[in-house]
Write a protein that binds this ligand. Structure first.
Ligand code: 5GP
Length: 260
């Protein structure tokens, strides 16, 4: 075989190898570029919080805390975050990505304020050690690790809102009779079954005392529901009977603007 023919054959071989590995290679390069040394996550966890429970911790008020505006404080599960998880029960955090910029989500602010409010006066630290808004913390700590499923900040918040609306936990529980009350206690098994029947997945629950504080649902990367990592108990910190405190039944000093 002539030497130009051998060179051509080599080039063809190299092209074939590049095409064959391109998909995986793109992802790896993307992850290294966007996610530092962390390996790609396995699944998503949507964490929802029950304001009636969370707001009971409020002792002081500030304008950024939705617990403090009693008139429009939410009586639905609101979003805590969309987290990336590994199957072994650990998770990546603070992957590399652009720092939070509220301008990027200016068109989403109305639903964000309503369904993803901060229920705290504290300004959490971002991955860059600066204190900032709750949304910035969620994007930088968790959202940046959702690459390549979620490409940027806008897509992260939009995707989370869409998943939240599609899997309407509040509606499912209210329809099953699990409604806000300061006197009723509900069987935890009933709450878990309602979610299982509606979404074919077992939720993870977190309580504060006997009050339900968080409900979390897991998803494959295509946002089909799946169970969370099998070694975490769905019952979490909850007793057999739990309450869903009505919002506004907590006590805080509404005449102060100091941060809690
Ligand atoms: P994460 O649980 O997402 O890793 O961290 C939540 C951080 O945000 C904490 O530092 C917490 O103090 C702060 N934070 C601000 N607003 C809220 C809120 O509404 N709910 C929760 N769970 N944390 C909040």
């Amino acid at each position: 075989m002539s030497s130009p023919a051998i060179v051509n054959l080599w080039m063809l071989l190299v092209c074939c190898i590049l095409i064959a590995v391109k998909g995986g290679w793109d992802e790896e390069v993307g992850l290294l570029r966007r996610g530092g040394k962390q390996r790609q996550f396995d699944y998503f966890k949507l964490a929802l919080q029950w304001p009636g429970t969370y707001c009971r911790k409020t002792r002081h008020c500030c304008s950024s805390n939705a617990c403090c505006s009693r008139s429009n404080s939410p009586s639905v599960f609101t979003i805590h975050g969309l987290w990336t998880e590994y199957n072994d029960g650990t998770w990546p955090s603070c992957c590399s990505g652009r720092p939070f910029d509220q301008k990027e989500i200016s068109t989403l602010l109305e639903p964000m304020r309503k369904y993803w409010p901060s229920l705290s006066c504290s300004s959490p630290r971002s991955c860059h050690h600066k204190k900032g808004p709750f949304w910035g913390h969620e994007w930088e700590k968790h959202g940046t690790c959702a690459y390549p499923v979620v490409l940027d900040e806008y897509e992260f918040f939009l995707t989370t809102l869409n998943v939240y609306f599609k899997y309407n936990v509040t509606e499912v529980l209210f329809e099953a009779g699990y409604v806000p009350s300061d006197s009723e206690k509900y069987p935890l098994g009933g709450i878990i079954s309602s979610i299982q029947n509606a979404f074919h997945t077992t939720p993870e629950l977190v309580c504060s005392g006997d009050a339900l504080e968080e409900l979390r649902i897991c998803f494959y990367k295509n946002f089909e529901p799946r169970d969370c990592a099998h070694d975490t108990s769905s019952r979490g910190s909850c007793p057999q009977y739990v309450s869903l405190p009505a919002h506004g039944s907590w006590g805080f000093r509404s005449n102060t603007t100091a941060a809690s």
